[in-house]
Every structure is written in structure tokens, then in C-alpha cells.
Design a protein around this ligand. Structure first.
Ligand code: CUA
Length: 355
């Protein structure tokens, strides 16, 4: 080797420096943009903090890798493109570069091992069992969730919506009656598959933030997958105890108590997408102004059904299936609706049929 590097070599070093400088600036801009984006809904669990930090660290580690690779590709494509008159030119033959190859293998390997270790530590930490966890059984089916609480006398209390006390560790046991679903409250950040035949578990500790958060199904589970949405209500301990009491002893029919156990207007139960029933998301019914096509068109079939058949179709739909429609698509509402709610729905449908 000569003492003075040839002119071409000095020039190429300058090019590499220029390329790295552009890459560094672009990485800084990329990281800033990535961190500015509001990726997730409001955090509502103790687990959300560490997960959001993990996400930010992943962004800080991966954005520069992406930006650097793209910078090199673009820089080379622009800087070293073929110019007129260079059609027959060729670069010097190269036989690899051991130093460079070691560097570009070692850096990603170290980065990956470090990130995996960090993610593993975060995961084991947030999934740690907590003493005095509240137990909730979550059952998914096409296309609804039902939540079961343990009552004072040991009986299970079913609820079509998820109610949780604030600042409480909760251990969810998740099950499925039919196909694979996935129990997910985005604000809690945690999710887990509901798999037929086995119990899966997920832990969440609620914060003091009293609010309502969407519960969604995160596994494509059939035609009504997108309608499998309910609400998680995080409430004060007193409100929660009162709600559980109310679910365990649904108000008597005709009993004057306002603010009873859920909606009892048949048309609202049918039409309102916020109701667990939301019949209209699957069924067409002119009177309700709904146009769902997953289940039978009620404008067509209602006229042929007796009151008893309508009731059974709501409470236990698979006992008898309308010919031409798949079994199992309609959820059983026998467990999750109060008698009053079933009566209200049947009454509404009978009215529509009669009118
Ligand atoms: Cu259940 Cu998607």
C-alpha cells in the first residue's frame, strides 16, 4: 500500500461521510415524527405505561435502521446513476469486505438480542400475578361477549357489558363457545385469544381513570366479527358493587326503579348499535330502519313466525334454524338478557309483525 491514499479513495470517503450525515439527520427527523404520532387510545391500565414505553423504544431503535437503509439506497441510486457516455464504464471488481460484513452482522444481532430481552422483561413484569385479583370469566361466541362475575353466594352473575372497579388487579379467564375470538380492550393494551376447548388468561390492573372503553374482538371470527363490540366500564368501588348487586338481582318487572339493569325498550334494543343485542347490525327490518344482511331479513320471515318462535329465536336460536341460514351465527341471548329485555324485544317484533 502506498503512503498517500489515491484520489478516488479520498473521494469515496467523502461520499460515505456525506451519506451518513444525511442518514443521521433523516433518522432524527424520523424518530421525532414517530414519537409525535398518537398511536394508541388513552391508557387505562397499569400495564399500559410499560407497553407504551416499550413501543417508543422500539420506534427509536427501528426508525434509524429503516431510514439509514433507505438513505443509502436513494443516495446510491442518485449519486452513482449512469450518466450519458458512461454506458460501457464498470466499477472496480470487489471481493467482499470482511470488516464490513462483521459490522453489519454484529450490530443487528446485538440490537435484536437487546430488544428481545427488554420486551421479555416487560412482558413477565406486567403479567405477574397479583394478590387479591378479581376473577372475571369472559366467554366469546359469534358475535358477542358475555362477562361472568362470582357473586357473594358463589353463584355466577352474567353481564352483557364489562364492569370493573378502579385501581383493581383483574384476572380474566377467557373462553370461546365456537370459533377463535380475541378479547381486547385497546385502552388496557392487553389482548388474548379466546380458543374453544381451553382457558386462556390475561391480567389487567385498572387505574383510577373512571370512564368507558371499547371491548373489541381482534380475531376474524365470521360475518359478524366487526359487530362484536361492547364496553368496559371502569367505575368506583361503590358503583361497581351496586352494579353487581343490580346484575345479581335484576329489578322486578313493573318495579318503578328508574336506571334499571340496561335498556328495556324493544326498538332501542333492536336498533341501537351500542346495545349488546344491536339486532339491526345483522338483520334487515324496515320499521327499525336497519339493513343488516348477516341474518335473515325480518321483513320477509317475521310474518311466518309465532310469538313463541320469535322468543325462542332470541333466547336459544340454535334450537331451530331458519332454512337457508347457517347455524351458530346468531348469539344466544338467553343468558345475557333479562327477562324484561327479552319481553320488550318480542313485544316490539310482534308489534311490527302485526302492523
Ligand atoms: Cu369474534 Cu371476531
Amino acid at each position: 500500500m502506498s503512503d498517500q491514499p489515491p484520489v478516488a479513495s479520498r473521494e469515496s470517503r467523502a461520499q460515505v461521510r456525506q451519506m451518513l450525515l444525511i442518514g443521521a439527520v433523516a433518522s432524527a427527523v424520523g424518530i421525532a415524527l414517530a414519537l409525535l404520532i398518537d398511536w394508541f387510545p388513552v391508557p387505562a391500565s397499569e400495564q399500559a405505561g410499560p407497553i407504551d414505553t416499550l413501543w417508543d423504544v422500539l420506534l427509536i431503535a427501528s426508525v434509524p435502521v429503516f431510514v439509514l437503509v433507505e438513505t443509502i439506497v436513494l443516495y446510491c441510486a442518485i449519486k452513482f446513476r449512469m450518466k450519458p457516455g458512461e454506458e460501457l464504464k464498470d466499477g472496480p471488481p470487489i471481493h467482499g469486505n470482511t470488516k464490513l460484513e462483521i459490522i453489519w452482522t454484529a450490530i443487528p444481532a446485538i440490537l435484536l438480542v437487546a430488544l428481545c430481552t427488554y420486551a421479555y422483561v416487560v412482558l413477565t413484569d406486567i403479567e405477574k400475578a397479583e394478590a387479591n385479583s378479581m376473577q372475571v370469566r369472559v366467554v366469546g361466541e359469534q358475535f358477542t361477549w358475555t362477562f361472568y362475575y362470582r357473586g357473594e353466594n358463589g353463584d355466577e352473575i352474567a353481564s352483557p357489558q364489562l364492569y370493573l372497579p378502579a385501581n383493581t388487579p383483574v384476572n380474566f379467564t377467557v373462553q370461546s363457545k365456537d370459533v377463535i375470538h380475541d378479547f381486547w380492550v385497546p385502552s388496557f393494551r392487553m389482548k388474548i385469544d379466546a380458543v374453544p376447548g381451553i382457558d386462556t388468561h390475561v391480567r389487567v390492573t385498572t387505574t383510577g381513570r373512571i370512564d368507558e372503553y371499547p371491548v373489541v374482538c381482534a380475531e376474524l371470527c365470521g360475518l359478524g366479527h366487526s359487530t362484536m363490540r361492547q364496553s368496559a366500564h371502569v367505575m368506583s368501588r361503590e358503583d361497581f358493587d351496586a352494579k353487581l348487586e343490580e346484575l345479581a338481582n335484576p329489578p322486578e318487572q313493573g318495579g318503578g326503579g328508574g336506571g334499571g339493569g340496561g335498556e328495556t325498550d324493544g326498538k332501542t334494543l333492536f336498533t341501537d348499535a351500542a346495545q349488546p343485542t344491536a339486532c339491526g347490525s345483522c338483520h334487515t327490518l324496515a320499521d327499525a330502519g336497519t339493513t343488516g344482511t348477516t341474518g335473515p331479513d325480518l321483513d320477509d320471515v317475521l310474518g311466518d313466525l309465532s310469538e313463541e318462535q320469535i322468543r325462542q329465536s332470541i333466547v336459544d336460536p340454535n334450537a331451530e334454524i331458519t332454512p337457508g341460514f347457517q347455524p351458530n351465527l346468531m348469539p344466544r341471548y338467553g343468558d345475557s338478557l333479562s327477562e324484561e329485555q327479552v319481553d320488550a324485544l318480542v313485544q316490539y317484533l310482534m308489534e311490527v309483525k302485526g302492523g
